[in-house]
Design a protein around this ligand. Structure first.
Ligand SMILES: [Zn+2]
Length: 128
């Protein structure tokens, strides 16, 4: 008996590494919501273009964006496993809300006050 290799998040294509994290419509929607929140272009698989587009952005924004993308990879994997083991489907909007909450908490509690002052306008935008 062959196992079903369909993507658990969209059910449209086989679940490969590239599909799950980059081309799946679920992941693409998450990336789009993350891009909207951070006001940066996150072009999926083409990380070279992303780094080029980020070259004039502040180190602070680069770090926040990097942390958000790493968190997104984990959350997509977590959503996939939640679907597999608990038959629960998480919607992209909830994933992004969670990532926003984690990033904002880290900004508030981990990043020094001096750095927060320097990037206060950016931080206010993230937290709104
Ligand atoms: Zn998919």
């Amino acid at each position: 008996m062959a196992e079903d290799s369909s993507c658990l998040l969209c059910g449209l294509l086989d679940e490969t590494h590239d599909h799950l994290f980059f081309t799946c419509e679920f992941s693409s929607r998450c990336l789009q919501l993350l891009s909207d929140w951070l006001s940066v272009v996150i072009p999926g698989q083409n990380t070279v273009n992303w780094w080029v587009s980020m070259r004039f952005r502040s180190l602070f924004l680069k770090r926040i964006t990097g942390a958000a993308i790493c968190s997104l990879f984990y959350q997509v994997w977590h959503a996939r496993n939640k679907c597999l083991h608990e038959s629960v489907m998480v919607v992209p909007k909830i994933i992004i809300q969670f990532i926003r909450q984690v990033i904002c908490t880290r900004i508030r509690h981990v990043i020094s006050y001096k750095l927060q002052e320097k990037h206060s306008r950016l931080i206010r935008r993230f937290m709104s």
